[in-house]
Structures are given as structure tokens and as C-alpha cells.
Ligand binder design. Structure first.
Ligand SMILES: Cc1ncc(COP(=O)(O)O)c(C=O)c1O
Length: 400
């Protein structure tokens, strides 16, 4: 008898290997251009890497302070203070974590008791639901709807969100700009959400990792800046997307001390602290980026990449929703004869040599059908990589 069988805790039931890994393996097998997983194929800025190298060389190689190296918390306080419209206390209002993923996991674990309800918009980043259920919380789903004649962006039904709130709603998980739809929540939507949180005395965890990736004049707004919301919001971000350093996994939570206490309380027992020299690299990134005009350059480069992928999808007969933010474009395959997006992604990998991601895992099981006719293309790639994908997609469309 295999003594390893049946040993997993119940909380892991249904989690399994992610579809990201499965599609990446298939992409490698078929030599496909992988536009599935969202990591850049170009390097992060030299000056940021140099700062981390210098930190290692000067022996900043032991444990950092658990809630973050002092230079990083100071740099983040200076950077986010004006954005959040307040003087931030780097000692009590910032907690550094191992990426946004740990920021979310640690915060939810520090806030949610068994039976507490947490509202999540679908589609959702795939770590949200395990973070809730591992803590014993109950996810309540509110689907985002596709753009239509009355909505030029993804939207939610106000009544559906209102019905999801109740006396047990402890928290709502928000993500703006939103992966995978590219939606940037409007001020009116955020005001609606804020009003509900105040009415039901709920907290918000706002995942803003794509804060610098907005297009066409869409404005990223942190819900923490709305009246009465600082007190009930944990604002989460990380350096991975903004500085094209996804492997560094340096993230943070910004919130009042009573809320950072939740993150810090669990974080100290999950990892204790994040990698010390990389925190120094990220401190340099935020200290210098503005003066170097980095954010504008970053946004423009992504604007160009977005144009290449959107044109390629149109040319290949795969109409895509134009994302207002993030580095993802969702294409609609409902007019094509494939049973679901997983079958389509496998076919496209093999027949076209381009791999997108099937976003069904961004939905709860009961709502999977909402994502079945969508595929996600990541455009966080060099223009040459995107042009090669475009060439392959056109060749595939020509053969159809
Ligand atoms: C919405 C969202 N939140 C969080 C993360 C993870 O961020 P990090 O790499 O900093 O953990 C991602 C990465 O894809 C994401 O898309």
C-alpha cells in the first residue's frame, strides 16, 4: 500500500496542478510562443538590479526586520504618501511581504475567522479563493459582465453586489486594474463599493499590482483615497509587474496600524521576512523611478505592445476586448467551434504555435461557463516576441 495516498489536508481538495503549468508544458513541447503566463521576457531596469547586487556585495544578507527593511518602508511611504493623500508612517502603516500573493494570503489569514464571508468578483486571480477557504472563510461571488451596447468596459450588476453583502461580510477583495479583463474600476463603481462596505461595516483588500498599467486615459484610483475608506482598506501592491522583476517577490500592504497588524501577525510565521537584499533593490527602484521618468516610459512601452497583440488578434479573427489596464487581452472565441477554451488553447498551441491561457480557473466551479469562451493573451513580452506570435497567428488564420 502506498503510504503517501490520502494524506493531503481537506483544504487542498480540488486545488491540484494549475492550468498555467499544464499549458506552459504544452507550449515547451510544441515550441510555441507562450503568451499564457504573465511574466516579462525582457529584463528589469539595470539600476534596480545593481542596487540589489550592491546590497549582496555589502553583506545585507541576513534576516531583514520582519515587517520590512527600513529603507524599503521609508521609500514606499515617500512614494505612496502623496498617492494616498496622507503622510504614511513607515513603521506602523506598511508591511512588506513576499509578493502580493503573500500579502493577500497573510492578510486574509489574519482577518478571517471560520464562517466569515468574503466577496470576490469573478473572474479572480487564482490565489484569492484558497486564501479565503484556507482561513475557513466563505467566498461569495459576483460576476463581472462583458462589455455590451450599454457598457464600454466590463461591469458588474449593482444589484448582484448589493445582494452579496450581508451581516457576515467581513471583507471584499477588489482588483483594479483587473486581471484578466483589463477593467479599471471607475470612481462611481468604487464609490458604490465603498458605500456598501460602510453600510455593512466590511473591510476592503484592494489588489493594485497593475497600478501603473493603464491606457487611453483610464485613471487608476485607490479605493483607500475615497472618504471614510482609509480606515477600512488594505492596499496591496508589489514590484513584480511595475519593475518587470516578477521573480523577486517583494510586495506590501499599506493600511492603518490595526489592519497591518493582521498582515504582520501571520507573515511573521509564514516567512518571517522577505529576501533582504531584494528589498534594498526595490527601495532604490521607488526612490529613483519618478525622477528617471520610468513610469511614463513603462506605460508607453506597454501601450505599443498592446497595439501589436490587439492587431494580431483582429487579423486572426479572434476579436478581443480592448483592455484599459494590465498586460492581458481577453479574446472571445464564442463564434468558433470548440467545446471550451481549454480545447481551443491546446489546439492553438499545436496548430499555430501560440499559447494563450484558458481563464476558466478564474471562476468558481458553478460559474465556469462564464469563462468557457474566453482566452487570455499576456502581452508582457518583447515587441519581437509579440510580432512572432502575430506572424504565427496570421499563418494559422490563413490555413483555416
Ligand atoms: C491580480 C494579481 N494579483 C497578484 C499577483 C501576484 O503578484 P506577486 O507576484 O507580487 O505575488 C498577480 C500576478 O499575476 C496578479 O495578476
Amino acid at each position: 500500500m502506498d503510504a503517501t495516498v490520502g494524506r493531503l489536508a481537506r483544504r487542498l481538495a480540488g486545488t491540484g496542478t494549475s492550468v498555467f503549468s499544464e499549458m506552459s508544458a504544452l507550449a515547451v513541447k510544441h515550441g510555441a510562443v507562450n503568451l499564457g503566463q504573465g511574466f516579462p521576457d525582457f529584463p528589469g531596469p539595470d539600476w534596480v538590479k545593481q542596487a540589489a547586487e550592491d546590497a549582496i556585495a555589502s553583506d545585507i544578507n541576513q534576516y531583514a526586520i520582519a515587517h520590512g527593511a527600513t529603507p524599503l518602508r521609508q521609500a514606499l511611504a515617500a512614494h505612496y504618501g502623496p498617492r494616498l493623500g496622507r503622510l504614511l508612517d513607515p513603521d506602523r502603516e506598511i508591511a512588506v511581504t513576499s509578493g502580493a500573493t503573500e500579502a493577500i494570503f497573510a492578510s486574509v489569514l489574519g482577518l478571517i475567522d471560520p464562517g466569515d464571508e468574503v466577496i470576490v468578483f469573478e473572474p479572480f486571480y487564482d490565489s484569492y479563493v484558497p486564501s479565503i477557504t484556507f482561513a475557513g472563510g466563505i467566498p461569495r461571488y459576483v460576476p463581472l459582465r462583458q462589455p455590451d451596447a450599454a457598457h464600454d468596459q466590463w461591469w458588474y450588476e449593482p444589484g448582484e453586489l448589493e445582494a452579496a453583502f450581508g451581516p457576515r461580510t467581513k471583507l471584499i477583495l477588489l482588483n483594479t486594474p483587473h486581471n484578466p479583463t483589463g477593467k479599471v474600476y471607475t470612481r462611481a463603481e468604487l464609490e458604490h463599493i465603498a458605500g456598501l462596505c460602510q453600510r455593512w461595516d466590511s473591510l476592503v483588500l484592494s489588489d493594485e499590482v497593475y497600478e501603473y498599467l493603464t491606457f487611453d486615459g483610464a485613471q487608476h484610483i485607490s479605493i483607500a483615497t475615497l472618504p471614510g475608506m482609509w480606515e477600512r482598506t488594505l492596499t496591496v501592491s508589489s514590484s513584480g509587474k511595475t519593475f518587470s522583476l516578477t521573480g523577486w517577490k517583494v510586495g506590501w500592504v499599506i493600511a492603518p496600524p490595526t489592519l497591518t497588524a493582521a498582515t504582520r501577525g501571520t507573515h511573521q510565521f509564514i516567512v518571517f521576512c522577505s529576501a533582504a537584499p531584494l528589498q534594498i533593490g526595490v527601495a532604490a527602484a521607488y526612490a529613483e523611478a519618478e525622477a528617471q521618468g520610468y513610469y511614463e516610459h513603462f506605460r508607453r512601452a506597454y501601450h505599443d505592445r498592446r497595439a501589436v497583440i490587439l492587431q494580431a488578434l483582429v487579423d486572426a479573427g479572434l476579436p478581443a476586448f480592448v483592455p484599459q489596464g494590465t498586460y492581458f487581452a481577453l479574446a472571445d472565441i464564442s463564434h468558433l467551434p470548440y467545446p471550451d477554451c481549454i480545447a481551443f488553447c491546446k489546439m492553438l498551441t499545436i496548430d499555430a504555435g501560440v499559447t494563450p491561457l484558458p481563464p476558466v480557473t478564474f471562476y468558481a466551479d458553478e460559474d465556469r461557463h462564464l469563462g468557457e469562451k474566453l482566452v487570455r493573451f499576456a502581452f508582457c513580452k518583447r515587441v519581437e516576441t509579440l510580432e512572432e506570435a502575430a506572424r504565427r497567428l496570421r499563418a494559422w488564420a490563413g490555413k483555416k
